[in-house]
Design a protein around this ligand. Structure first.
Ligand code: NAG
Ligand code: NAG
Ligand code: NAG
Ligand code: NAG
Ligand code: NAG
Ligand code: NAG
Ligand code: NAG
Ligand code: NAG
Ligand code: NAG
Ligand code: NAG
Ligand code: CU
Length: 566
């Protein structure tokens, strides 16, 4: 399929650019959704998988390549796939969140996702974006530099290990877990295990007599590139490898300045690439991961997953020391030490200055069966007090494209630029009168090319918590973060306009804030949401509608002919 390769060496220097463009490949894959029997802890279960694999297949491409993924749904649920972090320039039809950019692919139907990955290198991933199906429908997307290009760090790794995907496992069908919660209004059950590449590891009941631990054979002295992905639904994770430091070189498919650390923190949705040198005494070393749980008094999966890095010797593996589940100091030290590799190209101007509160809430209600939340309430969550409701008759993007969205049938474009009520967002005693958000399907409209700044402000309603906020269709710079209420008068001075990290998912500190900036150069409808599935289920989401520009390549492409209808 490649039209580049050795022939390129014969071309003159002036044609080298053309050659590298010609070398871009097109990859075609069939992703068949089917029910597959899997046992991880004590119960044998039928779960949805891609091609019978759990986790799903790893996609390996070079920057500039195109992908066509034919999703064939032979499962029993509606399905969509999201290519997490892929910018999808002008191809929003392939982004995937159900009822936002497409109607679901129903059982028996199929849909081809078509897109090009340009200007992004490192690790991204793909996952279902319908109900809680991503619990088992996910996989890695590895983007290497174009042929002939090196990594921009000093040490070129001799080898790459298989991507390390952290996940979350329920001894129940995850769709039933979220359906029960939606029915009762109570919090969904926490998971039963954290996993590494689908395996819980040695520390769980029912796992000691099976092969349920991922093993990574390593060669003594070797320097490798290791890609971590947090595909868990509801759990931010600390990760450590006994006896070894790691050098972070990229996050969310954007390179960083090298940062040496003994512990990583990944929120759901985030990826981290590290350089790992196996320079310790030959032995077996545990990689371990467990929760960073920042919300006080809220139940979480408090188990520890393990995998083994094996230098080829028998014997007991050494266990790393992980931070305590509530070690916010370590979490903060890690995230605030990351720096972007290149000098930022962020515009000095800000055309849209937005202030969004993000948090959980409670809805008062009175039914005996549907008010299973605290004291007869239902859980809710919101951005600027709007609890996001998915439409059902059309996706927002389809409604917008066909011009029938602006009348407010499917959505309205009056999402507020700032919270409707100004209050002490992070106080210990936020008045109960402020806890109940209002439901709505609202977008915030952006002009093509606008420079956008968003202050994401966590609230202490019900319980303050670190929310991993993910933006579709864009990478953004993280200019600053802090605790308490954002104060423009003093906090603007803390902005890093020199080498801020670029990401697609930012952990907004518990009872704190983060400031992000991006240029709205990708027309379409782009969801921004908490990547804790429990919170997006409760409505912690909104969408940007970015208008077409006037230039030739500034409008969204026409919808593909096989785009599903509702
Ligand atoms: C939730 O967990 C409880 C046990 O803690 C179990 O009895 C119940 O069946 C679970 N329900 C769902 C929907 O996961
Ligand atoms: C576990 O793995 C080992 C080595 O890979 C193999 O010899 C053994 O049969 C496996 N046991 C089970 C129960 O699958
Ligand atoms: C890891 O880094 C820390 C801090 O730089 C250092 O004290 C420690 O010796 C390093 N450990 C290893 C195994 O290199
Ligand atoms: C987590 O589990 C450990 C036992 O594995 C227990 O000692 C600890 O109290 C638990 N912590 C929380 C917050 O549940
Ligand atoms: C973390 O939780 C433990 C109890 O589980 C508590 O003793 C400790 O003070 C907490 N630390 C912080 C920083 O909240
Ligand atoms: C529920 O009610 C009890 C008793 O009135 C009160 O102490 C508690 O704070 C309430 N919880 C919530 C979340 O409102
Ligand atoms: C919250 O507590 C502060 C300090 O005790 C007090 O000044 C404020 O009035 C309280 N606010 C509410 C809404 O109760
Ligand atoms: C919900 O109920 C609480 C008391 O439990 C009350 O303080 C609050 O004002 C109510 N909120 C609304 C929006 O009715
Ligand atoms: C959210 O809106 C509701 C009205 O729908 C109001 O009762 C509540 O106080 C508002 N809360 C905040 C934080 O703005
Ligand atoms: C599946 O998608 C269709 C729209 O394409 C929708 O009408 C139906 O309600 C969905 N089913 C479920 C269970 O969400
Ligand atoms: Cu959240």
């Amino acid at each position: 399929m490649s039209s580049g390769g050795p022939a390129c060496w014969l071309l003159s220097l002036s044609l080298a650019l053309l050659c590298s463009i010609a070398a871009a490949k097109e990859h075609y894959h069939e992703f068949v959704i089917r029910e597959t029997t899997v046992k991880r802890l004590c119960k044998t279960q039928n779960v949805m998988t891609v091609n019978g694999q759990f986790p799903g297949p790893t996609l390996e491409i070079n920057e500039g390549d195109s992908l066509i993924i034919n999703l064939i749904n032979r499962g029993r649920y509606n399905m969509t796939l999201h290519w997490h972090g892929v910018r999808q320039m002008r191809t929003g039809w392939s982004d995937g969140p159900e009822f936002v950019t497409q109607c679901p692919v129903r059982p028996g139907q199929s849909y081809r996702y078509r897109f090009t990955v340009a200007g992004q290198e490192g690790t991204l991933w793909w996952h279902a974006h319908s109900s809680w199906l991503r619990a088992t429908v996910y996989g890695a997307l590895v983007i290497r530099p174009r042929d002939g290009n090196k990594y921009p760090f000093d040490v070129q790794p001799a080898r790459e290990l298989a991507p390390i995907m952290l996940g979350e496992w329920w001894e129940m069908n995850p769709v039933d877990v979220v359906r029960a919660a939606t029915l009762t209004g109570a919090a969904p059950n926490i998971s039963d295990a954290i996993t590494v590449n689908g395996q819980p590891g040695d520390l769980y009941i029912c796992s000691s007599n099976q092969n349920t631990t991922a093993v990574f054979p390593v060669n003594s002295g070797e320097t490798t590139l290791v890609r971590f992905i947090n595909a868990a639904l509801n759990t931010e994770l600390f990760v450590s490898l006994a006896g070894h430091n790691m050098t972070v070189v990229a996050t969310d498919a954007s390179y960083t300045k090298p940062h040496v650390t003994s512990v990583l923190l990944l929120a759901p949705g985030q990826t981290t690439d590290v350089i790992l040198t196996f320079d310790q005494p030959p032995a077996r070393y545990y990689l371990a991961a467990r929760a960073y749980a920042s919300a006080q008094g809220v139940p979480f999966d408090n188990t520890t997953t393990t995998a083994i890095f094996d230098y080829g010797l028998a014997g007991d593996a050494m266990m790393p020391t992980l931070p305590a589940y509530n070690d916010t100091a370590t979490a903060t030290a890690f995230t605030t030490s990351l720096r972007g590799l290149r000098k930022a190209e962020i515009p000095a101007r800000v055309d849209e200055s937005l202030f969004f509160t993000v948090g959980v809430g409670l809805i008062n209600c009175s039914s005996s069966t549907k008010c299973g939340g605290p004291n007869g309430t239902r859980f809710a969550a919101s951005v600027n007090n709007v609890s996001f409701v998915l439409p059902s008759s059309s996706s927002i993007l389809q409604a917008h494209y066909h011009g029938d969205g602006d009348g407010g049938v499917v959505f309205t474009d009056d999402f507020p630029a700032s919270p409707p009520v100004v209050f002490d967002y992070t106080a210990q005693n936020v008045s109960r009168g402020l806890w109940q958000p209002a439901p709505g399907t609202k977008v915030y409209r952006l002009k093509y090319g606008a420079a956008v700044q968003v202050v994401l402000q966590g609230t202490n309603i019900f319980a303050g918590e670190n929310h991993p906020i993910h933006l579709h269709g864009y990478d953004f710079y993280i200019l600053a973060e802090g605790f308490g209420n954002f104060d423009a008068a003093t906090d603007t001075a803390k902005f890093n306009l020199d080498d801020p990290p670029m990401r697609n998912t930012v952990g907004v500190p518990v009872n704190g804030w983060a400031v992000i900036r991006f240029v709205a150069d990708n027309p379409g409808v782009w969801l921004m949401h908490c990547h804790l599935d429990v919170h997006i289920t409760w409505g912690l989401a909104m969408a940007f509608l970015v208008d077409d520009g006037v230039g030739e390549l500034q409008s969204i492409e026409a919808p593909p002919p096989d785009l599903p209808l509702c």
